[in-house]
Structure formats: structure tokens, C-alpha cells
Design a protein around this ligand. Structure first.
Ligand code: NAD
Length: 418
């Protein structure tokens, strides 16, 4: 993913450098938080797969606590992408004030071309290969794109068989039966909703008629749609990888989510185009009339080619890195409030943190406890970011960088790197 010869990774490094200098940290401290502490990159043999599989773990920074971050199974996974996601995890954990560092992992495979047995074998090979660098006090992986509770279960099982003892806190995003947390499935979206509502309180002029367009209807997008529809928002457009649907009057997203789960069909297959519902392309969806746009699919979706045509006055980045650098500048000129990914989607890692705490205590919380604690953390992070933006005249993204960099840089300096 390049933006005018600059990659997203080097762009984030530069943004951290700028925030660090403005906060008065030394070059030594800043270099420490812009470069990964440890990279594991291996090619492994996997039962039932002919070619070897590339597996990665980037442990970016653990000054604030053990490394933490998901594992992605996708054909585009490479070292640069894993580094970009790992540095973002460092910022996320720092911004929401949890005692964890940043990491990310992946395997370069196309899960759509593999059967369940082969995917299980990749999961087990990943856990075996990484068992020496992960651990409950060392590095705690979790799911990301194309990985889920079942895959975390295979990885937990493989890890525990390799090290020879029970250690449920080594991985999060587990099913409840294996020590998962209540509320983890909807956590990213629930956290995003708490942040969005707080931001709308700060910018009442941006609320409009609360019409929402959501790109992506997977785990994050479908939970966000139902949570918002159950409040007083109207979901006017949604999409999956095959196409989008739009209805000015609003879509029954609960019914659609249920049908997609039970029938496993695309949104376009679910509907015939009629007066009430328009079938459109993914590209068209992003520029439909709405007040709030929520990218919840892939990176680099809002670019200089569509940013100018976007109607929304608020963008909630539930996906990681959905906005290109050039698009971000255009949106700033248009006075669109962009809620950056490392704030908007940090609810996922926050409830992963709760899961790790519960595993360590072997004491499990009610859903209400999880939601209440999540609310407190997301609102506090939003308040800190907003206040910094007002004090220094920054966008929420620029302010988020300042807040996140300050906490992790302080930890690094306290450890003597100053
Ligand atoms: P998912 O695989 O469950 O869902 C992705 C959705 O995007 C699917 O509906 C897919 O059909 C759709 N999609 C794919 N390509 C598309 C395209 N070109 N246009 C429109 N839709 C398209 O993944 P997820 O877990 O929901 O993650 C979505 C995003 O949120 C990713 O960027 C991920 O890194 C980020 N995220 C996820 C979590 C989490 O807890 N799952 C936490 C933080 C961030």
C-alpha cells in the first residue's frame, strides 16, 4: 500500500516522530517507539498444504506491558502490513490507557482456497512456530481478519500441548467455553458506538439526521449496524465484498444480519432492486448521502479519488487504516470530523484486555460489567483526545497521536531510554 512513494508504515512513523518532538521527547526515546523491538518471519511446512506458508509476528513495543495484537490470515499479508498493524496496536493500547504493548501477526494464505482441516493446520503451525515468543506475560495474540474463536481455540490447544501446562490467558478472542469474555464478539463495534456518541456530543452541528452508511458487513460492520439501529440512528447503506445496498428510508439490518448468517448469501443476492432499495457498487456506496460514514472492511478505501465526493460530516474508522494520507488532508479541508482507527476501533483490544484479566483471576464478569468498564475506558480516551485537539488546534487524529505517544514515550523514558 503506497501513498506517493510513502508507505502507511513510514507515514505513521513520521506522525509519531512529529508528536514526540512537539511533546519534547529525545531522539533516543522517539527512535525506540518508531522501530519494532522484535520481528519473527518464517516459512513453515503445514500438513496438507504443498507450498510452505509465510508466518509473521512483529512485537513492536512492550514498554507499557506484554505485547498484544491480532493474527490475520490473508493472501496480502506481508512484513510491511504486519509492521503497520503492530505500530497501530502500540498506539491503540497507549491511547486507551491499558497495560499492554503493541504487536501483530499473520499468515500469508487465502482461507477461501483452503478447507477447514488445512486452516486448522495453519493455525497449529503458527502457534508451534511462535510458542517461544508468546505467553501470558510475554505476548498475547487475538483474532483479526479471517481468524475467529475457533482458530484461537486451535492455537490455544497447540500452545498448551507444546508448553505442557494450561495457560488460557496466552490468547484472547476465545469462545466462552475456553475462557473467553462476555461481550468480546461485539466489543469493537460497541466501543466505536460509545466513541461516536461522545464525539457527536462535542460536535452537535454534525449530527444531522443520524443517517449512517457502513462499508463491510462482517463481524465489526454487522454489530455496528444493529447496535446503532437499536439507538436512534438510521442505517441507510451497507455493503459486503460483492456489492452494496442503499435505502433512504433505512434498512432492517437485524433481519439482514440474521439472513446473511443463516443463508450465507451476498447482499445483492438477498434483494431484488426496487423503489425502496437500490443495489449499487461498493465505490458508489461511499459517496451516497449520509451524515456518518463507517468504513468497517479493508484498508485504503477512502482515497484522493473519492474523498471530495463524500457527503458524511463524521467518519468513524472501525477498519484499520481505511483512509489514505492524501484523503485525510482533503477531509480536513472539508471540515469532516474523522475519528481515527486507533481510537474508534480500540474497543476490541480493550475487551481482549478484560479477557486476559479474567483468565489471570479465573473469575468471570457479567456482560453488564464488561460493557460498563468498556464505556468508561472509551469515553475517557475520547475526552482526552478531544481536549488535546481543542487545546492545540489539531484534528482528532493528530490529537490522538499526541495522547498515545505521550504515554508510551513516558514509559520508555522512565525505563532509562532518554
Ligand atoms: P470480517 O472478515 O468479519 O468482515 C469484513 C467485511 O468486509 C465482510 O463483510 C466482507 O464481505 C467485507 N468486504 C471485503 N471487501 C470489501 C469491499 N471491497 N467493499 C466492501 N466490503 C468488503 O472482518 P472484521 O473482523 O469485521 O474486520 C473488519 C475491519 O475491522 C478490519 O479492518 C479489521 O482489521 C478491523 N478491526 C477488527 C477488529 C475485530 O475485533 N474484529 C478490531 C479492530 C479492528
Amino acid at each position: 500500500m503506497t501513498h506517493n512513494t510513502e508507505t502507511m508504515f513510514t507515514h505513521i512513523q513520521k506522525a509519531i516522530q512529529k508528536a514526540g518532538e512537539e511533546l519534547g521527547y529525545s531522539e533516543k526515546t522517539i527512535t525506540n517507539i518508531t522501530h519494532p523491538y522484535n520481528i519473527v518471519e518464517k516459512s513453515v511446512q503445514v500438513d496438507g498444504i504443498d507450498n510452505s506458508v509465510d508466518v509473521y509476528r512483529v512485537q513492536f513495543n512492550n514498554a507499557l506491558g506484554p505485547y498484544k495484537g491480532g493474527i490475520r490470515f490473508h493472501p496480502d499479508v506481508d512484513l510491511d502490513e504486519v509492521k503497520t498493524l503492530a505500530i497501530t496496536m502500540m498506539l491503540k493500547c497507549s491511547l486507551v490507557d491499558i497495560p499492554l504493548g503493541g504487536a501483530k501477526g499473520g499468515a500469508t494464505i487465502n482461507p477461501k482456497e483452503l478447507n477447514d482441516k488445512q486452516i486448522e493446520a495453519v493455525a497449529r503451525a503458527w502457534a508451534r512456530t511462535m510458542h517461544e515468543v508468546i505467553g501470558v506475560d510475554q505476548d498475547i495474540p487475538a483474532p483479526d481478519v479471517n481468524t475467529n474463536g475457533q482458530i484461537m481455540s486451535y492455537m490455544l490447544d497447540e500452545y498448551e500441548s507444546t508448553v505442557g501446562h494450561s495457560e488460557p490467558g496466552v490468547i484472547t478472542g476465545k469462545p466462552l467455553e475456553l475462557g473467553g469474555s462476555k461481550g468480546r464478539d461485539k466489543a469493537t463495534s460497541q466501543g466505536g458506538v460509545y466513541v461516536l456518541e461522545k464525539v457527536l456530543e462535542y460536535f452537535p452541528e454534525k449530527v444531522g439526521t443520524k443517517k449512517v452508511v457502513i462499508q463491510g458487513f462482517g463481524n465489526v460492520g454487522s454489530f455496528a449496524a444493529t447496535l446503532l439501529a437499536n439507538k436512534d440512528f438510521t442505517i441507510v447503506g451497507i455493503s459486503d465484498s460483492k456489492g452494496a445496498i442503499y435505502s433512504e428510508k433505512g434498512l432492517d439490518v437485524e433481519m439482514i444480519a440474521e439472513k446473511k448468517r443463516s443463508e450465507r448469501v451476498s447482499l445483492h443476492e438477498l434483494f431484488t432492486s426496487n423503489d425502496a432499495i437500490k443495489k449499487i457498487s461498493n465505490e458508489e456506496l461511499l459517496i451516497q448521502p449520509c451524515d456518518i460514514l463507517i468504513p468497517a472492511a479493508l484498508e485504503n478505501q477512502i482515497t484522493e479519488s473519492n474523498a471530495d465526493a463524500i457527503h458524511a460530516s463524521v467518519i468513524l474508522e472501525l477498519a484499520n487504516n481505511p483512509t489514505s494520507v492524501a484523503a485525510d488532508i482533503i477531509l480536513k479541508e472539508k471540515d469532516v470530523v474523522v475519528i481515527p482507527d486507533f481510537l474508534a476501533n480500540a474497543g476490541g483490544v480493550t475487551v481482549s484486555y478484560f479477557e486476559w484479566v479474567q483468565n489471570r483471576q479465573q473469575y468471570y464478569w457479567k456482560l453488564k460489567d464488561v460493557d460498563d468498564k468498556l464505556f468508561d475506558i472509551m469515553v475517557a480516551a475520547t475526552e482526552k483526545t478531544y481536549k488535546m485537539s481543542q487545546k492545540e488546534g489539531l484534528t482528532l487524529r493528530e490529537a490522538g497521536f499526541r495522547v498515545a505517544v505521550d504515554r508510551v514515550a513516558k514509559a520508555v523514558a522512565l525505563r532509562g531510554i532518554k
